[in-house]
Design a protein around this ligand. Structure first.
Ligand code: ADP
Ligand code: 5GP
Length: 213
């Protein structure tokens, strides 16, 4: 297998099986992490891109599983080193997707799931137009607030910042291919599995694997 120092979207189609890059975005509290965790448990060929962030870890979060936690100086060094496929400042912190990790997984014929914000989604869309872009929404704004508070991981200031940002993020919904309402987690997970399955059957993706009819 070739080694890849820079991102060339076409390279993905040189792998034995085409892989999907799934971008999942949502306003904070909509249930994205809950859904992603469930999807990963049920789908062994699906891997999670562990982002790097300057945000402090929450109580239940584990380094290298939920995020790579770094300070701002380290994050800026990683930007200078071109370590990120995309990065953005979200809720006053830095978040970025590891270029190397994503490319390695795609070349191992894994589908890679990116839990990133709308700014990151826009960057990935430009870099890789074949990415499957999914936006998760809560049933309504009151429920979003209720979930953010029930999670009990942010201060009042931070909750209000996230609710304010949610309105701006929702305006970016038209950059996405699919919208999934997270009313029931089970149904939302099933919807995303259906999207993944259908995307794998798109003719341009399976051009190498057609039966000899
Ligand atoms: P996000 O990653 O989008 O910020 P989380 O996955 O942390 O959101 O979910 C926010 C809170 O809402 C968590 O406490 C989670 O258990 C809860 N939650 C997620 N999905 C649902 C749902 N469908 N119904 C009720 N509560 C939910
Ligand atoms: P949280 O702090 O709640 O884990 O995440 C806050 C926001 O940052 C969420 O919208 C999440 O999707 C986004 N995020 C997480 N990792 C990345 C990343 O690598 N890049 C970008 N652009 N956003 C990210």
């Amino acid at each position: 297998m070739k080694t890849h120092n820079s991102f060339n979207p076409e390279d993905i189609f040189t792998a034995d099986e085409p892989s999907l890059l799934l971008v999942i975005s949502a306003p904070s509290g909509a249930g994205k992490s809950t859904i992603c965790r469930r999807l990963l448990k049920r789908n062994p060929r699906l891997v999670f891109s562990v982002s790097t962030t300057t945000r402090p870890p929450r109580n239940h979060e584990t380094e290298g599983v939920d995020y790579h936690f770094v300070d701002e100086q380290n994050f800026k060094q990683m930007i200078a080193d071109d370590a990120f496929l995309e990065w953005a400042r979200v809720h006053e912190e830095y978040y970025g997707t590891s270029r190397k990790a994503v490319l390695e997984e795609l070349h191992r014929a894994k589908d890679v799931m990116l839990d990133i914000d709308v700014q990151g989604g826009e960057q990935i869309r430009k870099l890789y137009p074949d990415a499957v872009m999914i936006f998760i929404v809560p049933p309504d704004m009151d429920e979003l607030e209720r979930r953010l508070r029930a999670r009990n991981t942010e201060s009042e200031v931070e909750i209000n910042r996230r609710l304010g940002n949610a309105r701006m993020e929702l305006k970016e919904i038209y950059n996405y291919d699919f919208v999934v309402v997270n009313d029931s987690v089970d149904e939302a997970v099933k919807a995303i599995e259906s999207i993944r399955q259908a995307e794998k059957l798109r003719l341009p993706r399976i051009k190498e694997g057609l039966p000899d009819l």
